[in-house]
Write a protein that binds this ligand. Structure first.
Ligand SMILES: O=P(O)(O)OC[C@H]1O[C@@H](O)[C@H](O)[C@@H](O)[C@@H]1O
Length: 320
């Protein structure tokens, strides 16, 4: 009798079968991944908006308004909406002038492209350093005609969200898929959850220059090593040299935001009046539990010629 060929097995089958694996749950409107150690992330397909990122302790790191629309009717007030291809109100003239504030990426449904796992998991090492990467795509062809007519360029966006034990990494890859060059701005509009704004300081911006959108829209220099927030803040820090912006609670690290290939960071807190004026901002005193630290490329424009790509993003670490 001829021996049957054995079924191919992994290099270390026993470890592979016994090592707990990350789980990925895909529903109609969102993708949720959980590591065996308890960390989790949840991403709405609408806007590819990360709406939750929890550490192993169960602590939530992102702020989402209690009145945020999660049904695709408007951009999510909280989490990490993606700003592309224009930041803020569009310029009066030029290719992005007809687009809504912060562009269309945050108000368009993206496609889930799939998941991949870290080497540790793939080789069944059970080393406890598993991570899971979720990819989302948005293409010119996927846009509504009404949006296409406002920004008629061929593009491909791939947004990768990687959940690991050491933090959450989010990276946007932008590709020009057409035959003419175009320019864009991008930003990860991250609403961080904090316990108490009066005990919160932000470091990593000392000596940097910023455009103060609340004051006079002119350029200032950060004179103190840390920033405390005691009223409305809307600042665009530009050309930052250091990579890490840290949020401290009572002087102790709470969250780090590490920029990757991006030079600008927006710090935003609407404070009492602006929070009150936003219909989807709740609770009304929620501005005391959030601060936006938003990495991006927004002070100028990134230009992509046909076939060129740009990639930028961030790594976030949580200390709770
Ligand atoms: O209300 P939106 O469109 O989500 O924008 C919120 C804020 O987003 C910030 O990035 C801007 O700097 C602010 O000026 C703006 O108010």
């Amino acid at each position: 009798m001829v021996d049957r060929p054995k079924k191919p097995t992994s290099l270390n089958p026993s470890a592979r079968s016994s090592a707990p694996q990350p789980t990925v749950d895909i529903s109609d409107d969102r993708v949720t991944a959980t590591l065996p150690t308890g960390e989790s992330v949840s991403i709405l397909l609408y806007g590819a908006t990360v709406i939750s990122w929890k550490t192993a302790s169960g602590a939530e790191n992102l702020w989402v308004s209690e009145k945020a629309a999660l049904d695709g009717s408007k951009p999510v007030r909280g989490g990490i909406p993606i700003v592309f291809p224009v930041f803020g109100p569009p310029p009066k003239e030029g290719p992005t002038s007809k687009l809504p504030q912060h562009g269309f990426a945050r108000s368009t449904r993206w496609e889930f492209l799939g998941k991949s796992s870290s080497e540790g998991e793939a080789q069944g090492q059970g080393s406890g350093d598993e991570s899971v990467k979720l990819d989302f795509g948005l293409y010119g062809a996927g846009l509504d005609e009404s949006v296409k007519s406002k920004w008629p360029y061929e593009f491909g966006l791939v947004y990768s969200v990687t959940l690991g034990r050491e933090g959450l990494m989010t990276v946007l890859n932008v590709r020009n898929e057409g035959d003419e060059g175009w320019e864009f701005q991008m930003l990860l509009h991250t609403y961080l959850r904090i316990d108490d704004i009066s005990k919160t300081t932000i470091s990593g911006l000392g000596s940097a220059t910023y455009i103060d959108k609340v004051l006079d829209a002119t350029t200032h220099t950060q004179s103190t090593p840390t920033l405390s927030i005691t009223s409305e803040v809307d600042r665009v820090y530009t050309g930052l040299k250091q990579d890490t912006t840290s949020v401290l609670a009572d002087g102790k690290p709470r969250l780090d935001v590490v920029r990757d290939n991006l030079e600008d960071t927006v710090v935003w807190n609407p404070w009492r009046e602006k929070a009150n004026a936003m219909g989807d901002f709740a609770p009304k005193d929620g501005y005391k539990q959030m601060v936006c630290v938003e990495v991006g490329s927004v002070a100028g424009w990134q230009r992509l010629e046909p076939g060129e790509t740009f990639e930028g993003g961030m790594m976030m670490r949580s200390y709770v």
